[in-house]
Design a protein around this ligand. Sequence first.
Ligand SMILES: [Zn+2]
Length: 127
Amino acid sequence: MPRKLTPPVVTAESKAFFDAARAGKFMVPVCTACEKTHWYPRAICPFCTSDKVEWHAASGRGTIYTFSVMRRVKEPYAIAHVTLAEGPTMLTNIVDCDLDTLAIGQAVRIVFQETENGPPVPMFKPV
Ligand SMILES: [Zn+2]
């Protein structure tokens, strides 16, 4: 039985992301001034402070930068930092996997997980 997920707090800066997520699309903010992708969503580019930030479709591919398995709960889960193919690293969970075989550097891909009465949240599963 899947773990129940608390819905995320949707802000003005993350609304576009979660609207796309509801449609099954994984979008990331890209600065058109310096051409860098960043995470988490911000209206101002964290690299060059430009406000020329657009939403681009991301590949949904990434690798596990690091992870930790929470076992002292009823339904164990893995929290992780995943480095996206587009560059940024995001805090997320690894799901649909054997928690004993996860490894740093492992290839993963996005899988949106439903939350209770909120938009889906981005998590990842091994490829
Ligand atoms: Zn920039």
